[in-house]
Design a protein around this ligand. Structure first.
Ligand code: MG
Length: 357
């Protein structure tokens, strides 16, 4: 396959509620979109949302790396989509956000050319209905409890609660939510690196006892504190999920080898695309480690590709793909329309997505 033209665009959409975590606040969705067309006129879409608070990769760096990669891509025929990074000289040296946008577009293009949806192109036998959680941004306890009730009224049966700004207030936040929604809805707590090891060792058993059922606790301490993660994991009554500590395949392997978590959060932008995210899922499946399929704050091609990958891979145990729920309107045509708690891929070729150019 020869890529003839590549175009970058910007997809923007206002949020109906702010998305707040211990690391950042988002009020406007801004994604870089990538359209590539091959010599047969077939189109593939990729996208990336710069998330420097998590990846350390700025928008300027991503745009500069994309320019380099796309220049090489237009000069180099791609025979095997799984191996494109081996034939482009810069591929191994550019940031993973840029790799992800190109990787997703090549996957979309390949599946469209084959005339099958991406989940099937990746080897999936059938589509399944997935249940995503709804994320409750970190706010004052009463507002979080009110938003949790709204999500439950929409049919969500699990809520991902952002905590990690202040441990005493975190207790009040989660307790207020639990009291507001009753005992049937499962909670997933994401501290986004906000607690210390000691705080985690006392908070996690408290949450398990006072606020259950809790599916898991995500990234309690700083990404680099692997020994602390391992100690917390040894003592935790609920599964610990590594997110910021497990960006790449190499880091995921390290988490499993050091037993620093019970489970992994997988995101395409952290990994560098569909192929790497899949490699992490394959490793986890072989090691009987459950995974959470998640995303940055995004709804474009990268997010859609994550939905397709999650729907065909047996290592995906939990789904956290709810970004669209925060928007006033979806800024694309076609694709999966992930509004509400259930998500299902269709049968149209590729990602079946049309983004504004
Ligand atoms: Mg997280």
């Amino acid at each position: 396959m020869r890529i003839q033209t590549t175009e970058l665009g910007l997809m923007q959409a206002p949020l109906r509620l702010p998305f707040k975590t211990a690391l950042r606040t988002v009020t406007m969705l801004e994604e870089i979109s990538l359209k590539m067309t091959d010599d047969a006129g077939e189109v593939g879409w990729g996208s990336v949302v710069p998330t420097p608070a998590i990846t350390g990769e700025s928008e300027d760096l991503i745009r500069s790396d994309l320019k380099t990669l796309l220049g090489e891509l237009r000069r180099t025929p791609i025979v095997d989509v799984w191996k494109w990074k081996e034939v482009l000289p810069s591929a191994a040296h550019v940031c993973r956000s840029a790799q992800c946008a190109v990787d997703v577009a090549l996957h979309d293009l390949s599946a469209r050319k084959a005339g099958i949806p991406l989940w099937k192109w990746l080897g999936g036998a059938h589509t399944i209905v997935m249940n995503t959680n709804m994320t409750i941004s970190v706010e004052e306890p009463a507002l979080m409890a009110q938003r949790a009730q709204e999500a439950v009224r929409k049919g969500f049966t699990s809520l991902k609660v952002k905590v990690g700004l202040d441990s005493e207030l975190d207790k009040a936040r989660v307790l207020a939510i639990r009291n507001a929604i009753g005992s049937k809805i499962s909670l997933r707590l994401d501290a986004n690196q906000g607690w210390s090891e000691q705080e985690s060792l006392s908070l996690i058993p408290w949450f398990a006892e006072m606020c259950g059922p809790i599916d898991f606790i995500e990234q309690p301490v700083k990404a680099t504190e692997i020994a602390a993660m391992a100690n917390i994991t040894r003592h935790s009554p609920v599964p610990i999920v590594a997110d910021e500590s497990a960006m790449t395949l190499a880091q995921a392997k390290n988490i499993l080898e050091t037993k620093a978590a019970h489970a992994l959060s997988v995101k395409l932008i952290k990994a560098g695309g569909v192929s790497e995210a899949r490699a992490i899922l394959d490793l986890a499946y072989a090691e009987k480690i459950p995974c959470l399929m998640s995303c940055m704050f995004e709804v474009g091609a990268g997010f859609q590709a994550a939905i397709h990958l999650a729907s065909m891979h047996p290592a995906v145990h939990w789904v956290d793909l709810d970004s669209a729920e925060f928007l006033t309107a979806l800024p694309y045509q076609g694709g999966v329309r992930p509004l509400g708690p259930t998500i299902r891929c269709g049968h149209e070729p590729g990602l079946n997505l049309e983004l504004r150019e």
